[in-house]
Design a protein around this ligand. Structure first.
Ligand SMILES: [Mg+2]
Length: 306
């Protein structure tokens, strides 16, 4: 964590504004329905609840392949989907990984799984759809993957995604510089976009979507008409949208909500998941901060009960 991140944590005004005590990030008052959340609760059928996966409804773990949703997360999402206009998991992970962990395939719900930062999407009605693809990327990914595994060794996990390659060094923190250096070289050589995350760095084609694109696409979905199997129900407009995330990639989702709000009057609720690794830019852009992942579960429970 650099100096800027530390200074944001220690900003007492910021902590007060967000209801987040920088000195005791895990000790908070119980969540309650505030004016910020009232609109979401008053018209749930016209509200969208969108959550990130890693660090939001799952604990951050050393081996990214072993990340699992916390107890109750899956059930909460299913119940929320019965009540709200849209419920979505929006992650940088592949849709196949998310479906394996969340197991929504056989459920009749209006849940949406968005993977690879928006490059692919799953709904029960339509199955997995590739929203964005890049033929050039498909051509270079194998070479980059092999080179990364050879240069980085076992201490860095190389995760191959549909439209991205992520280097995770949580199991070998001393490898951070090596991993970042290699990512920077590969980004430069292949014209790829580089994005830092929690003890990881991701390479994606510059043309690939981000979570802002994912959120914009979700808001444009004709909700139940598109998500239900029959397509018989009329479309509904989203009037309020909640996004919960913990990492810098989620900032694009927050910004997308703000852009849509300015254009359409949407009521955005941007929730940062607090903790020692939360990027200060995400914290600064958030309307409220909750703990990970217990506070997220508390927030989802609040939406279920309101
Ligand atoms: Mg995350």
């Amino acid at each position: 964590m650099d100096g800027n991140e530390t200074s944001s944590f220690e900003d007492p005004a910021l902590g007060q504004l967000k209801g987040f005590d920088p000195a005791q990030p895990s000790c908070k008052q119980p969540l309650a329905i505030s004016p910020l959340l009232e609109i979401v609760c008053e018209r749930p059928r016209r509200s969208a609840i969108m959550v990130d996966f890693d660090g939001t409804i799952s604990w951050i773990v050393d081996d990214p392949a072993s990340a699992r949703p916390v107890a109750g997360a899956r059930e909460s999402l299913l119940r929320l989907a019965e009540k709200f206009g849209m419920v979505a998991v929006v992650s940088g992970r592949s849709v196949s990984f998310l479906l394996d962990q969340l197991g929504f395939v056989d459920e009749i719900t209006n849940l949406v799984i968005v993977g690879s930062h928006g490059a692919e999407r799953w709904t029960r009605a339509r199955g997995v759809e590739v929203i964005a693809s890049d033929g050039e990327w498909a051509g270079v990914i194998a070479g980059i993957d092999a080179r990364a595994r050879e240069e980085l060794g076992d201490a860095v996990v190389v995760e191959n995604k549909v439209l991205g390659l992520t280097f995770h060094w949580r199991q070998g923190p001393a490898m951070e510089r090596v991993a970042v250096d290699l990512a920077e070289r590969l980004a430069s050589e292949h014209g790829l976009m580089l994005q830092r995350g929690h003890m990881c760095v991701e390479l994606r084609p510059g043309s690939s979507p981000d979570k802002g694109d994912a959120v914009s696409g979700l808001i444009r979905l004709r909700l139940r008409a598109d998500l239900s199997e029959s397509g018989a129900e009329p479309s509904r407009e989203i009037e309020s949208a909640v996004f919960v995330g913990d990492d810098i990639g989620d900032l694009a989702a927050f910004q997308a909500l703000d852009r849509i709000a300015a254009r359409t009057g949407l009521h955005p609720v941007k929730v940062a998941v607090g903790g020692p690794e939360v990027p200060p830019a995400l914290l600064a852009a958030a309307d409220m901060v909750v703990d990970a992942p217990t506070g997220v579960m508390e927030l989802l429970g609040l939406f279920l009960d309101c």
